[in-house]
Write a protein that binds this ligand. Sequence first.
Ligand code: C2O
Ligand code: CU
Ligand code: CU
Length: 498
Amino acid sequence: MNVSRRRLLRAAAEGLVLVPLAGCSPGDGHGSPGRGGANVETGSSAGALVRSTARLPAPFTVPLPIPPVLRPARTDGDADVYEITQRVGEAELLPGLRTQVWGYDGIFPGPTIVSRRGRTTIVRHRNELPAPVVVHLHGGRTPAEHDGYPTDLVAPGTAREYVYPLDQPAATLWYHDHRMEFTGPQVYRGLAGFHLVRDDEEDALPLPKGDRDVPLMIADRSFAEDGSLLYPDVHSDYISGVLGDCVLVNGAPWPVMEVAAARYRFRLLNASNARRYRLALDPPPPSGPAFVQVGSDLGLLGAPVGHQELQIAQAERFDVVVDFSRYPLGQRVTLVNRLGENGTANVMRFVVARRAADDSRVPSRLAGFEPLSPSAAVVERTFTFERGGAERHGMPVWTVNGRPFTPDHIAAEPALGTVERWTLRAKNVPHPVHIHLAPFQVLAGGRFTSGWKDTVDLASGDQAEVLLRFDGYRGTYVFHCHNLEHEDMMMMANFRVR
Ligand code: C2O
Ligand code: CU
Ligand code: CU
C-alpha cells in the first residue's frame, strides 16, 4: 500500500485529525501561490511553505521564555527518576490567541532535564495523548531498548520508563517524539524538549553560567486564524518538508531578551522539521567573531572556533558564547537568518540593557578532544540519501541506498568497539543526516563540522566522510535524515551493533 494512504488510514483509525491546510486539498496541483515544490526559500531548505492565516505579532515584542527545569520525582541511589506526562495543553504562543499543543507535561518546549554524567537518569513517560508516542533522547548514548525505536510505541493511556545511563561527556541533548511515520506532525505539535548533560570537567571551565547559560530552541511553525497550529495533510506538495512562516524561540515568536553587557553561553538547537538557518548578528560586533563556538552536538570542542555566521540544520546543536560587552549600552542586536525571507529572516533580538560584572571567559583549551585517525577505520560503507525512483500516486518516498525504511532490514552490522568510515551522500535536495548511538567526527564535506557530531548537514550533491565510534551498546538502532518529513516518508535505515 502506498505510504500516504497507509498513514491516512492509520490516522483515521486512531481518530487523529491531521490539521487541514486552508485552501489546499490532496487533489490540488502544484504551484499555487504560497506553496510550491521543493526549495521555496533560496534553495537552502527542502520543503514547501505553509502560510499562517493568524495575525502574527510584530517581531521582538514577546519576552524570551526559558523552559522550566524539571525536578526529579525521586532519587534512588545513583539514579534520578523523573516523571513526564504527555498531554494536550493550551499555550499562548501568539499574544492573545490560544494554541493547542501536544506537550511533555503539556508545554512546548517540554521541561528541561539536567543530568550529571554517570548518574543514571530514568524518565517515566505517561501518554495521555490521543495517539501512540515514542520518546528518543537525541544524542544519548542509550541502550537500544531505551533509544526510542520508531515502532517501540507507548500506547495512549499507558506509561513506560526510559533508562539513560548517560555515560558521556557534558552536552546539549534534546528529547523528541520518534513515532514511525508520524514524527513530523508530532514534533510539530510540540513534542520536543532539552536534556542537558553536565560533568565536572565542564563545571571547572570559566564559561558563562547560571542565567547566562541559555538554551535556545529554534523552530518554525504556522498558525491558523484561531491560533491552532497548521500542519498540512501529507501529499506531494509537502513531501520535501513543511516550512512555517513564524520563527519561534523557546516557543515564543521572534522574542526579545534583555542582556547585560557581558558574555552569554547560548545552546542553539534547531528543532524545526525542515528549515535550516544561517545565523548572524545584526549589527555584527565591532571586533572579533559574532559567535565563539565552544561545543557541537555531543559536547565541548577541544578549542574554541570563531564564526561570523553559523549554519544550523535540523537537530544540530551549536554551543556558542556571545560577548555583549562589545556593544554600547542600549544597542539592539538581532539574531538574523541569512537563509530566510520576510519573517523568517529574523530569529530573535537581544537588547544590551545594563552593565554587569563578568568573570567568565572562553579558555583556549576546552576539553580533551582526540581526533580519530582514518587508519583506525576497519570497515568502509557508503549510504546515499535520495528520492525514491518511482512516484506512486504522486507520492515519492525517500530512500537510503535505494530502500525505503522497513524495520526488518539491517543495512550495516558494525562490531562493538570498532571505528568505521562512512561516506554519506545527499541527492536531489539537502539532507541533514543523523546517526543514533555512535558519535562521529567529520573528515571531509558537510558544513560547520567541528567536534563530535551526531548530525551532519549535507547540501544537495554533497557528501561527507565520517568516522564513527561504535562503543556504546549492542543492538539495533536507526540512522536517518532529520528533515522530519523525509524521515516519515522512509528516509531511514537500521544498523545493528554486534
Ligand atoms: Cu532526533 Cu532519530 O532523531
Ligand atoms: Cu537521535
Ligand atoms: Cu532528507
